[in-house]
Each structure stands twice: as C-alpha cells, then as structure tokens.
Design a protein around this ligand. Structure first.
Ligand SMILES: Nc1nc2c(ncn2[C@@H]2O[C@H](COP(=O)(O)OP(=O)(O)OP(=O)(O)O)[C@@H](O)[C@H]2O)c(=O)[nH]1
Length: 499
C-alpha cells in the first residue's frame, strides 16, 4: 500500500464512503450512480472490505485496528517519517483529511442475538442458522427473566466493595423462562390405531418438537369410565379475541372426531373428569429422540425405528381393568399415553456428526468414543422441553396420576424427575431381537439363529417407521446395544448374562 494514500480528492472520498455504505448496509442498497474509477495500487477500502469477509473479522471492525493508518496517520507503516518536522507548520486544513467512518451495523454479538446474522458452523465451515426461538404467528408471552445470574448493578456494587468480597459470577444473559405452545393438532391413522399428532413451538430452540398422543377414548361418545382426555392446554386456550370457531378447528382445538357432520371447537374451560378408580394405570409415556437413519431408511445400526413403533404399539394396547365385584364383568378401556418426539438427532449432536460417528464406528470405535472423538459429549440431549410438553398435556404433574415411562435410560428418568415429572414406574424397552433370542433360548437350546426366526415370524407385521412390526438385528445393532448397557448404564440385561 502506498505510504500516503491521500484523500485529498473529496470526490473520491465521497465515492469511497458511498461504496462503504453500500457494502455495510444491513440490507442491500443498489448504488445510485457508478463509482469513479481510481487507479490506486491497492485500494485500502476494497482491501478492508475483502478482509472483512474473512472468517474472523467482522465488517465493522476494520476501522479499529485492521488498517490503523486510516484513522491514525502515525501508525506503523502509514506515515512517511522522512517528511517529519519538529513542528508541522502547515495549516490544519492542508493536512490529510482523516477518514472517520462509523458503520451502521449493530455489533456482531447483537446481530447474532437478534437472529439477523448466521453464525459459522465451526465444524464444517458452513454458515448455519443461529438457533433462536421460533417466532411466527404464535403469541407466546414475552420471555420473562427468571433470576438473573448477576445484574449490572450487582457487579458495580461488588467490584466497589473490593477484592475481599465474594467472587462475582460472570455476567450471563438470563435464559427466558421456558414456554411451549401447541401450534396445531390433527388425527393420524396408524397401523396401531388413531393418534393425535401435536406440533409444538417453544422459546428455547428453533425446533418443531412433536407429541404423538394416543387417547382414542376421546372419540367415544359414551366412555365406560370417566377418564380425563389427554389434551393440550395451550392448544385449547383462546389465542385472540378475533379467533373464529373455524380458526380453532383448523388448528385442531376441537373435541371428538372431526368430520363434515361433527365440528365442535374445544373450550379452555372444558371440565376434565378426575380419575375415580385406582385400577386405571397411569398413562404410558415415551420420550423419543429423532433418528433419521433408524426411522426413515430402516438402519439396523440402532433400534430407534423399532423402538418408536414398539412404543406406539404398547401405548395403544387396550387395558383390561379387573372386575369391581365377583359378579361384574371386567372392563376394557382403550390404551392411553403419548410419545414425545424430540428433534435431538444423534443424541443431540445432529445428523452430520452422527454420520461421521458411524464411520469412526466402522473403524472399531463404539458410539460413545466416536462422539468424543468428534468433540461432542457422549449424550448432548436435554429434557426440559419434553417435561414442559408433558405438563402442557396434563401428564406427570403432581396432581395427576404420574406417568409410566418407557425407557432403559437412567438419565432420562433422572432428568424428567428433576423437571418435576412424577414417574410412577419405569417400563423397560427390550429390543425385539433380544426378546426373540430369549424366546428361542427358552424353547430349545439349539434354536435357529434368531435373525432367521425374526425374518420368518415378523416379516409381514405392519407398524410405524420403515421397520414396521419387524425387528432390527445384526452385528452393528448388538455392538450398539452393548455400548448402551456397558458404557451408558442402560438398565437392560445383556443377552449373554441373562439365564
Ligand atoms: N451419536 C449417536 N447417536 C445415535 C447413534 N445411534 C442412534 N443414535 C441416536 O440416539 C437417539 C436414540 O435415543 P432414544 O431412542 O431416545 O433412546 P435412548 O436414550 O438411547 O434410551 P431408551 O429410552 O432406553 O431407548 C436418537 O437421537 C438417535 O439418532 C449413534 O451411533 N451415535
């Protein structure tokens, strides 16, 4: 760069400023006129702009220190010291004008917070959307700060109090109190019977988590017992004064079975019967994490597809209640419960990392080590949103019956209990191939390989996901399940150790 890149030409200066304006404007503003051609060896403004597009420099930082010569003519390399005299006798206006440019962009951190900027995915160098709460047509209450970690005034007071005072916690932005809202609900017929699919938004992440509610008793006009329906409070709420009955029905806030002849919007105040008999078991609930490979393309590296189907099947099983007196008939009620389907692909590490982890597994590492080698935790999932969805559905609260949780994972039980969900029983999820193996073992010692038995027995069984009513099996799956038991503490007896 020439030592004296002078802005003695005011026309050139204006053109540069207009160009900078255009390049740093929050939205693209087409140039009003063409820019004057200048033949500097290296134009510092263009260099600065190019540099600002690099990975670690934001555009509004260029004037601070990247090209110090722009704002300070005495900075290193910027000033021709051979011209220096003890006192510069030239009048002020003859000196080189200093370029002062103030970007109109907010600081990068603020733009990221406001969701106007995409952050960089450190792992693959691609831009990714910054996670932020979903905002669209919903009317979630404004986030309320819980108890801030440390306020500015606390910081000021404590730092005045001197070094002996208690350590000041770092200034962190308080997380907004978690809110979930069921945006829509609809009936979906499945091989196991009808389910109500609920789609949730929340103010913590930008994922669309789901609840698959199994409660066909809601269709029955004369239910044998008064059992409370599993319904979303946020869905049944009135969202605005202007909401019409048709608006409510379209988003799924209706009762009974929707048809051309039955269109009854629900009411937030619809009375819910309380369970009067102890003999009705608590609803069966599964918290399931998304697994594209297992659920959609039938991967047999894991049992996720099978587990999703098995959970819906188990929850949909009719429940036979014991007869209340020797001469009374036993009563059968439809199955009740829900699968909360969390978008936490790959135990929270995402599909990209999970695919990479599979390659590491092919090299001989187990699922836990593969995650760690990629710089992730063994399990990065959280269950606050699942708990909030359960509460919204009236499941697992203290006043309600509590839930029976379908899982082998001790972390899930602990995390949900920490969130205040009452778990009255843990129901194990035994892999179907292990159930078969056990069955074959019980029948006779030299049973055929369980894979063959499974293929013959269950090939045609209908079910949810690509796996349907069948079972996944094979070497990959066995390794996966063993790692869950041996390294993640899953409560499942290993086949070779069971009788
Ligand atoms: N990182 C990683 N994630 C996997 C792998 N295989 C499956 N997953 C993910 O593991 C999750 C499955 O977990 P869940 O079905 O909730 O079950 P769990 O927590 O293991 O325990 P259970 O409730 O006992 O089934 C899904 O998000 C899958 O995508 C793998 O090899 N690596």
């Amino acid at each position: 760069m020439p030592a004296h890149h002078a802005y003695s030409d005011p026309e050139g200066l204006c053109a540069d400023l207009a160009l900078l304006d255009m390049l740093t404007a929050p939205t693209f503003i087409p140039a009003k006129s063409t820019f004057k051609r200048r033949d500097a060896d290296l134009d510092p403004l263009l260099l600065a702009t190019a540099a600002a597009y690099g990975p670690h420099v934001t555009r509004n930082h260029y004037a601070h220190d990247f090209f110090p010569a722009v704002s300070d003519p005495r900075a290193e390399g910027a000033y021709d010291w051979t011209q220096w005299r003890p006192s510069d006798s030239r009048p002020q206006q003859e000196r080189r004008p200093r370029l002062k440019y103030v970007s109109r962009q907010a600081p990068r951190s603020q733009r990221i917070r406001e969701g106007k900027l995409v952050d960089e995915d450190k792992e693959n160098g691609q831009a990714k959307e910054v996670a932020g709460p979903l905002r669209c047509t919903d009317n979630l209450p404004l986030p309320r700060p819980k108890s801030p970690v440390a306020t500015l005034s606390q910081h000021a007071t404590q730092s005045q109090a001197g070094a002996s005072s208690a350590p000041v916690p770092p200034l962190l932005e308080p997380k907004p109190e978690l809110e979930v809202k069921c945006m829509a609900r609809t009936r979906v017929p499945t091989p196991h019977g009808p389910v109500f699919l609920h789609l949730y938004h929340n103010n913590r992440d930008n994922k669309e988590h789901l609840a698959i509610v199994i409660d066909p008793a809601q269709y029955l006009e004369d239910s044998p017992l008064s059992i409370p329906s599993i319904r979303s409070r946020s869905l049944d709420a009135v969202w605005s004064e202007n909401e019409t009955e048709m608006d409510r029905i379209t988003r799924g806030a209706y009762v009974g079975r929707l048809s051309q002849s039955s269109q009854i919007p629900s009411c937030p105040s619809d009375p819910q019967p309380t369970i009067t008999t102890d003999s009705i078991p608590s609803p069966l609930v599964r918290i399931h994490s998304e697994c594209f490979t297992g659920e959609t393309i039938g991967s047999m590296r894991c049992d996720c597809g099978e587990q999703l189907d098995e959970a819906i099947r188990l929850i949909s099983q009719p429940i036979t209640l014991p007869a209340s007196s020797p001469c009374a008939e036993p009563v059968t009620i439809p199955g009740r419960g829900a699968v909360i389907y969390l978008r936490q692909e790959g135990r929270g590490i995402g599909l990209l990392s999970k695919i990479r982890a599979y390659n590491l597994q092919d090299l001989g590492h187990d699922t836990v080590t593969a995650n760690l080698m990629l710089g992730h935790g063994a399990d990065e999932r959280g269950y606050e949103i699942a708990a909030a969805i359960l509460r919204d559905l009236g499941l697992g609260s203290d006043v309600a019956q509590g839930v029976r949780l379908l899982t082998n994972n001790p972390d899930k039980v602990q995390a949900l209990e920490k969130e205040g969900i009452r778990i009255v029983e843990r129901v194990p999820m035994v892999p179907r191939s292990w159930q078969h193996k056990q069955h074959q073992h019980d029948l006779h010692q030299d049973a055929p390989k369980y894979e063959v038995a499974i293929a013959q027995d269950e090939e045609k069984l209908p079910g949810a996901t690509m796996i349907g009513g069948g079972a996944v099996y094979g070497e990959d799956l066995d390794k996966y399940l063993r790692t869950k038991v041996l390294r993640m503490g899953h409560m499942l007896p290993l086949m070779d150790e069971s009788p």
